[in-house]
Design a protein around this ligand. Sequence first.
Ligand SMILES: Nc1ncnc2c1ncn2[C@@H]1O[C@H](COP(=O)(O)OP(=O)(O)OP(=O)(O)O)[C@@H](O)[C@H]1O
Length: 362
Amino acid sequence: MNSMPHLASASDLSHKSTSGINPLMRVEGLCKRYQQGEALAVNQVSFTLQPGEILALLGPSGCGKTTTLRMLAGFEHPESGRIFLHGQDVTELPPQKRHIGIVFQDYALFPHMSLLRNVTFAMRHVPTHQQEQKAMEWLELVGLAAYAKRHPHELSGGQQQRVALARTLAAEPELVLLDEPFSNLDAALRESTRKEMRALFKKAGTSVILVTHDQAEAMTFADKVGVMQQGKLIQLDTPQQVYQHPATAFVAKFLGHTNLLQGLAQGNQAQTPLGAINLSSSVEGEVHLSLRPEDLTLSASDDPAAARVVDREFRGHDYLYVLEQDGLQYCAITPSHNYFEIGSHVAIQSLRQASVLPSSNH
Ligand SMILES: Nc1ncnc2c1ncn2[C@@H]1O[C@H](COP(=O)(O)OP(=O)(O)OP(=O)(O)O)[C@@H](O)[C@H]1O
């Protein structure tokens, strides 16, 4: 990444504000319905994006992520709601007037052009005599400088994806929208590309909205994660907050394994089927809790009433155990040296506070 080109703001939308720093993007009550009489594909989605911030919209297939992104880009018109860039209402502007860089799942490279030409095509803001050199720098960044003369059909899917990224970045947009941009890369390449891209965006101060159904990708790539369910943005917060303090049971489950427990709370503690557990907030009465499996510890027990190991999955760096106690099942993740036989008994202890889920939303 030593020859990384400098990204400058290419937006001609003024981002000077008389009242301090404005969000780069503000979205208010965005709704979209594809067919009359059908449910909303996107339902009252609102959020703000700060300059330089990376936001991941995360959710299961069909929850409205791509539709949201397409509305932000200007390819779909919302049924209601507004989109502001630097405080300016762009809801009615066509895509090319929004100055947003977009990488969709189908990379839409020009098939008759070499990779180099595909990239220089996006560089009308760069003086002609500098375009090739700059384009080579972008191709180098995505690890494809050696392929510059090839055509898209001579590349693998993952390589085409990287060219599409290079071409988008070459236009030096202030905001980049990415729809599952790493989905065609193998696991190792996905991780390294993700890291490099994040570093690049951060260095350049480029804002990014990424759509993904991969929770690990959302949490490692983004500053903020917005979890969507059936068209609604359920929770938007830092990855740590969303993971450790999920707003609903759906969010808790979508971000990884979890134990959903019922308990009777008194202040910062609740009585649960697993015994007394400390809580992340002070509440009274019946509560629904989320307890992550890595927050549980297991120790061998002679007590036949203790939890019984019913399943064990070796995952390299850890084990995922399924346990049963009093007819209820729990999951626990332990370091891989903590080995318990299936059928053996273990005592379960909670290391951390459980998250209290709003009772109306479990
Ligand atoms: N062009 C379309 N016409 C009609 N319905 C559509 C259209 N595009 C999407 N939908 C519907 O809108 C809903 C949201 O789709 P969308 O593609 O936004 O979801 P998504 O979260 O991006 O899913 P995925 O992860 O599978 O891409 C789905 O129910 C989908 O079937």
